[in-house]
Write a protein that binds this ligand. Structure first.
Ligand code: AMP
Ligand code: MG
Length: 313
């Protein structure tokens, strides 16, 4: 399977790749045609840059400028247990497709914590650009079956690496300028980043001043994103007639609970279940999904971010 994948990637084809966060749609990040295929298959606006995936800090340094701060974060979060952190750094290699970075002078880099992805990138010897393997704006796939349902007819190969351990996209931290800025909450908690850095990290808003002349506007930051086809209602104490009720912990459990993200109230488990359960409810006969309140700390920040985008008009 890996040999076949390597051949396809070197021919400029795009394939489904498992990672610890969500399944990715992978292409050779140095091949403009292959990268263009990603945008086409996802129907993703080409002004929205992609994340490149590397197998090590060593490979990362060949494609982006790793300051002391970036090195420290990569060492801490790329090699230790479940964590998904993307770092935005200055690009430093002309061989990297400018389509990947959408014309910006920065590049988003991460090392997936998944044996199959790492083996593939290592053998390929170059970074793979890989956004989530779904159509733009829909729910990210956390299993090979979900990729097959979304894009099966459009891509030649999906590597099945089992269900994603983390289940939500990576945290994106911009370290290309002096002050780190959180662009997207995700698989690595803000608290953990702040602990390592020993500072409070600012979160990006449209008013965040930046010396980068090009704006950051991106799908992960778009108001409506990650959306099911039926309406989502947040902070619901109960379901209304016709709605499914997606709960968390025991507190909000009512007789009309449909699925529980984590009965024990574990945010790690809830994150891993989030997209799978929303997909399940989206495919059933309900006319909406009511979601119980989710604590807004740790991984709850990423869960609430995705839920609020999924429920946006
Ligand atoms: P996805 O591939 O769907 O996980 O989305 C990747 C996210 O990374 C998008 O929100 C992009 O805007 C963001 N991103 C990628 N490259 C950059 C960059 N150079 N600067 C800022 N954001 C980026
Ligand atoms: Mg995505």
């Amino acid at each position: 399977m890996i040999e076949q994948a390597l051949k396809m990637l070197s021919e400029g084809q795009i394939i489904g790749m498992p990672t610890e966060s969500v399944y990715g749609l992978a292409a050779d990040a140095t091949n403009d045609t292959a990268v263009a295929r990603i945008y086409a298959v996802k129907k993703r606006p080409s002004i929205n840059p992609l994340i490149i995936h590397v197998d090590s800090i060593e490979m990362a340094r060949q494609w982006g400028v790793f300051t002391e701060l970036a090195e420290m974060l990569a060492k801490e979060f790329w090699y230790k247990t479940p964590s998904s952190l993307t770092l935005i750094v200055k690009r430093n290699n002309a061989a990297l497709s400018h389509l990947v970075t959408a014309g910006l002078d920065t590049v988003a880099i991460r090392m997936p914590m998944h044996a199959i992805a790492l083996d593939l990138i290592n053998k390929f010897g170059k970074p793979l650009s890989a956004p989530s393997a779904n159509k733009s704006n829909s729910i990210s796939p956390t299993s090979a079956e979900a990729v097959a349902i979304e894009l099966g007819e459009l891509i030649p190969l999906i590597i099945d690496g089992g269900p994603c351990r983390v289940g939500v996209e990576s945290t994106i931290l911009d370290v290309s300028e002096n002050d780190p800025i959180l662009l997207r909450p995700g698989g690595t908690t803000l608290e953990a980043i702040e602990k390592v850095l020993g500072i409070t990290v600012k979160t990006y808003t449209e008013n965040t001043p930046t010396s980068n002349t090009k704006s950051f506007k991106a799908p992960g930051m778009m108001k409506r994103h990650y959306a099911p086809s039926i309406p989502l209602r947040l902070n619901a104490k109960m379901a209304l007639p016709g709605e499914a009720y997606l709960t968390f912990g025991t507190e909000n459990q009512r007789q009309n609970e449909t699925l529980n993200l984590s009965e024990s109230g574990d945010l790690v488990e809830a994150t891993a279940n989030l997209f799978r359960m929303i997909r399940l409810l989206d495919c059933s006969s309900y006319n909406g999904i009511a979601v119980a309140p989710i604590p807004n700390f740790g991984l709850g920040l990423a869960i609430n971010d995705r839920l609020s985008r999924a429920s946006a008009e």
